[in-house]
Design a protein around this ligand. Sequence first.
Ligand code: ZN
Length: 240
Amino acid sequence: MRIAVLSDIHSNLVALDAVLAAAGPVDGVWHLGDVVGYGPDPNGVVGRLREVGAVGVRGNHDAAAVGGSEIEWFNPDARRAMEWTRGVLAPDARDWLEALPERRTESGIELVHGSPRQPIWEYVMSAASAGANLERLGTAIGLHGHTHVPVAWLSVGGDVQLLRGGDGDTLELGDRRALVNPGSVGQPRDGDPTAAFLILDPKAGLIEWHRAAYDVAAVQAAMRAAGLPPSLANRLSRGV
Ligand code: ZN
């Protein structure tokens, strides 16, 4: 069974299409939220996810896009992009985003955007937070996004181990508890501008991280044409 796991697509349809092409035939597409925000094509991304039958959860940007108070916490550029997103979002895309749950379980694996204990907002970036969240997981394996960095946090004999997920890296989870992050499709922040995703075999507990190159300049041009903040377009070249 091959599942494509995608997170933080952020209205970047060009990156999403590159990832779906690179993933090849899959048995399912799971997304971990932040479908919209920052990028130039929120309706296109929602449309594509519906087309491929993706299932997933709500991120902080998705919550803000449908009118949640989350927008109060955004920095000025993210906020400007979110106001733009709210203005262009088609009613059916809005309804689809609004229906996303905060967490869900698929094939015995828990899906959240931020963390199991705080599904919308917590950034799992330290061993302390990862350890607390590994304990809170309702399943052995959890998938999360939000940080835009591909990693796995593993519970090993009472310790928490951090593993970075580079292109082509594989991980066999066995019976270890793990919280795994595919990285970001639409706005990677690990210094590599290519779109990040992972392929998961839930039954075997097998993970492969991957990257897909896409036409960054075309997305930046669309962002400038839409009047989105230049800093958000510029950062895509650097993967930060
Ligand atoms: Zn995000």
